[in-house]
Design a protein around this ligand. Structure first.
Ligand code: KE4
Length: 422
């Protein structure tokens, strides 16, 4: 009896989040027992160099001593109050200090909650119903956003989920990522009915797809002209690709930013944040309602605040960026040596690898046309070599501060062996 068979007896699908089920690569999922630094240990005694990092949060590496200490010390004072505590003020102040576009923050418990609330805020603030998203981008599983979505929805082949009422889905306009002409055409047609555009500033849920020059400027200009709000969904890219998030890389000031993953340091915490006048529309100051029993949970705040404190310096980002580039340069050379066509991207602590000879990858169509079977073989080859990658061709990879040059070089050597076996 496998652990997965056991799990399936009591858990829907055997997992508490679909992308963990290995449906995108085949085989049974690895059950993790513990993790420290750049490595994870499985229940069956194996050890892996980890490039998922809990899908992004573990930017310092697993079980960082100072983060663990902050969690333990805070937990000893009580796990949850349902009343304000100064740790909530402290992390909100920290986020405002790191993001010039952010005046006010509202903490929630997941990225889904953050984007769902941001959409409601945009609709309530503008009095408009339509939203614009991009094919292959994933913003969590709220109804208006599960349309042509990426990540697990794409992995399972159901980018537009059943259960979303047609009357709601009709308000979601889905456009091709990086297609500025399509954006301009949509605004020309219904711009005065668009509440917001929500976009991953670097797409990380259809593998990793950076923006083309001018794309974000078009989004910013069209939203400003039409009185729509620009939402940068930085749940993944936030404090992952740069000290000032992706928005600092492109010089764009979104009206609302959604955050998650890193700001929780591995604990359930996320946020939507932005311009003071927009955030003033949220209850209790304004009429747009949103609430949460565990929003701003002190233990989660302690983990997130300590994480942000430890990464809020240029030396951290110089070192992390160099690690990721070392990995990507090594993988590029190894694939070339083996004659395997791949397209790789990296920014800060995030990277992508697509099996295609049509790189650089700048569209969902290119990702969809990539060699999925070769990815599956690569995934399992690397797993056998002791390297844990995201179990889906539609996910990005993550490097932590804990990945040593030796870890990276071991990974590159393993990839060289696996590429030559493909
Ligand atoms: P959560 O609800 O999973 O905390 O966040 C949703 C979300 C929102 N926006 C972006 C850009 C995201 O990447 C995510 C979640 N990312 C996936 C991995 N690609 C989470 C992993 C999972 O679904 O188990």
């Amino acid at each position: 009896m496998s652990l997965y068979t056991d799990a399936r007896k009591f858990i829907a699908g055997g997992v508490n989040s679909p992308v963990r089920a290995f449906a995108g690569v085949g085989g049974e999922p690895v059950f993790f027992k513990s993790a420290a630094g750049a490595r994870v240990k499985s229940e069956d005694g194996r050890e892996f160099i980890d490039y998922v990092g809990s899908w992004g949060p573990m930017i310092l590496g697993h079980a960082h001593p100072e983060v663990i200490e902050a969690v333990v010390a805070t937990a000893r004072n009580g796990l949850s109050f349902g009343a304000p505590c100064v740790l909530e003020t402290a992390i909100a102040e920290k986020i405002c200090s790191m993001l010039p576009s952010v005046d006010k923050v509202r903490m929630v418990s997941s990225g889904t909650e953050a984007t769902m609330s941001a959409i409601r805020l945009a609709r309530g603030h503008t009095g408009r119903d339509k939203i614009v998203k991009f094919e292959g981008c994933y913003h969590g599983h709220s109804d208006s956003l599960l349309i042509k979505a990426g990540s697990g929805a794409l992995t399972l082949g159901v980018p537009s989920s059943p259960g979303v009422p047609a009357g709601l889905a009709e308000h979601t306009i889905t456009l091709p990522y990086n297609d500025s002409d399509a954006v301009k055409a949509a605004f020309a047609e219904v711009g005065d009915r668009i509440a917001c555009v929500i976009v991953e500033p670097i797409a990380g849920n259809m593998n990793m797809v950076p923006p083309v020059a001018g794309f974000h400027e078009t989004l910013r200009d069209e939203c400003t002209k039409a009185g729509a709000l620009l939402i940068f969904d930085e749940v993944m890219t936030g404090f992952r690709v740069a000290r000032g998030c992706a928005q600092s890389l492109y010089g764009i000031a979104p009206d609302i930013t959604t955050l998650g993953k890193v700001i929780g340091g591995g604990m359930p915490a996320a946020a939507y944040c932005g311009r003071a006048d927009v955030m003033a529309s949220i209850a209790p100051d304004g009429p747009v309602y949103q609430a949460g029993t565990l929003s701003g949970n002190p233990v989660a705040m302690a983990a997130g605040l300590k994480t942000l404190e430890l990464i809020d310096n240029d030396a951290f980002w110089t070192a992390l960026t160099a690690k990721t580039k070392r990995l990507v340069d090594g993988l590029t050379a190894a694939a070339a040596e083996a004659g395997i066509p791949v397209s790789l991207e990296c920014k800060g602590g995030m990277f992508g690898l697509v099996f295609t000879d049509q790189g650089p990858v700048r569209s969902y169509a290119q990702v969809a046309a990539a060699d999925a079977e070769r990815f599956k073989a690569f995934f399992h080859g690397m797993l056998d070599e002791g390297v844990y990658l995201a179990p889906s061709a539609f996910e990005a990879g993550f490097v932590s501060a804990a990945h040593s040059d030796d870890d990276l070089d071991q990974t590159i050597a393993a990839a060289a062996r696996v590429f030559s076996s493909l």
